[in-house]
Design a protein around this ligand. Sequence first.
Ligand code: PRX
Length: 659
Amino acid sequence: MANAIESVLVENRVFPPPESLAQQANIAGMAAYRALCEEAERDFTGFWGRLANEKLDWTTPFKTVLDESDAPFYRWFADGELNVSANCLDKHLTNGNAEKTAIIFEADDGTVTRVTYRELHARVCRLANALQAAGYQAGERVIIYLPMSIEAVVAMQACARLGLTHSVVFGGFSAKSLHERLVDTGAVLAITADAQRRGGRTIPLKPALDEALGMGGCEAVRQVIVYRRTGDEVAWTEGRDAWLHEVEAGQAETHTPVPVNAEHPLFILYTSGSTGKPKGVQHAAAGFLLWSQLTMEWTFDLKPEDVYWCTADVGWITGHTYIAYGPLAAGATQVIFEGVPTFPDSARFWRMIQAHKVSIFYTAPTAIRSLIKAAGSDVKVHPNQFDLSSLRIIGSVGEPINPEAWMWYYKEVGGERCPVVDTWWQTETGGHMLTPSPGATPTKPGSCAMPLPGIMADIVDEAGGPVAQGQGGFLVVKRPWPSMIRNVWGDPERFKKSYFPPEMGGHIYLAGDGAHRDAEGYFWIMGRIDDVLNVSGHRLGTMEVESVLVAHPLVAEAAVVGRPDDVSGEAVVAFVVLKQSVDESEAPDVAKTLRDWVSKEIGPIAKPKDIRFGENLPKTRSGKIMRRLLRQVAQGQEITQDTSTLENPAILQQLGKSH
Ligand code: PRX
């Protein structure tokens, strides 16, 4: 109860932007924010056309801003041409940024490497030249399976330079996940590393790729390029495998970028949906580039002297938009970190902010919550032991941030000086959608504030109609925006079905989150409305985990639900019916076997925290699993629902015991 009261008090607090920001920010004050919103409302295409002309270098200027003729397959700037990498690198060779540090890379062991924009450009050109000489053509797909590194950015940028569509696979994903993506994209090239270093450990990467390629169906892959990161021995397939440093050796440090159509697919990034198979979210070159650059300037108020650090992995959308593209397009100096926040101790982030004089810091609530815990039990890792005075803006992404964690972040990390930008967005949106503008919006702990200018977000009922203020509803975006998803790779029907429900008219983007809005127009995200979980900021489909569980020879049936978790936001709980029941003493071993299986099939992030065994699952008469009931069981709550329709109510008792 005390906690609940505290939450309400915190939620009602409002923090105005600091005076300096309110005067000098890129969006300085609410009047400036409103003026941009009004411009977008008054002349929607004029607004976006103006920004695309001002911000991007076009090789062929566009004439049409937005083509809605085949909605919801919206096309932006579609008669224009540009090159994304030229907009991220080449422009800095002539605008005074050439000798500016582009990347400060800190390795797991603390070693720091810096590259300037000129050096980064040269590295990207060398790889692009090598790939071009090897005959790779614009439009072909490349799988990138690399650790956090300068090389990952170089690989993505080299693809963009040639119009090759990349699909980055997070280093924590398994061979099987990798295989699915190799097959679905029809990749012709894969770029990986021997291994990665995280938390003092070496985690192999190439073996998973070798295993995936061995599964068959990906014969289109002509070459595997390997970045030597750790020097660990790796198996080698002659004729197919090549070292990155050998591929790059002797290549010229200049390269003419290949212009592509604005709508050309820049990348495909897989994300979980409510069915078993992850969706290949397809993003378009120009629109994505525009929004990645613009939101760096708006949400993070990026200025030339800033040192910016986003702690996400390049394997997720945050690492695409806010590491590999946005910061470069905006000419930032950014920190890229190989390791984990808890190694060598839980002060790693604070020590790095101090050492690199980071001024804009962007991380996830899960990391914040785990560092709150650590700081509570060991004062040496508390942020107040470090000089964090360089910080001026701190951001949050990926999951709801609870007001208590928000307050700690604001006070202990931001020293009550730095606005917290709680950014709501998705793999599909390509960039920020709802967020405070740090020099304008007064912030409220736990709210991601308001839509950015040009983003027509709203909250509606099932039919797309309005809901009363304060009432929960579906979060939607009523007009297209440049960085939106263009398609589900190879599956246009799924694209339409997943995001543009016919009940709402077929052209309104349905985000999949519930939300409500308060009297001042602030949005409050209430979580997913579908069977998608958010574990430590990572999206996971319950059906994805279920289908892996039932593929195990011991398992007859499985249901997966989420349970609120203090640190990871949500935790995976699996209810399993075994083909042959086991006794109490064997259950923990079987649970471990199944956990390892999920980890092997999808990746460690999908591992159920808790596994419950029963003779059956609670189902309705029509055979539908009663998930709401399972969620209550998972949380150890009293069952309030009518269970009279259950065939065997005693199974609830069985399912209550965790392993
Ligand atoms: O449920 C929302 C949650 O994360 C989902 C998107 O996940 P993903 O595509 O992996 O992208 C994560 C990085 C942008 C959303 O549907 N989510 C993301 N940001 C927030 C959030 N929930 C609450 N507050 C946020 N700031």
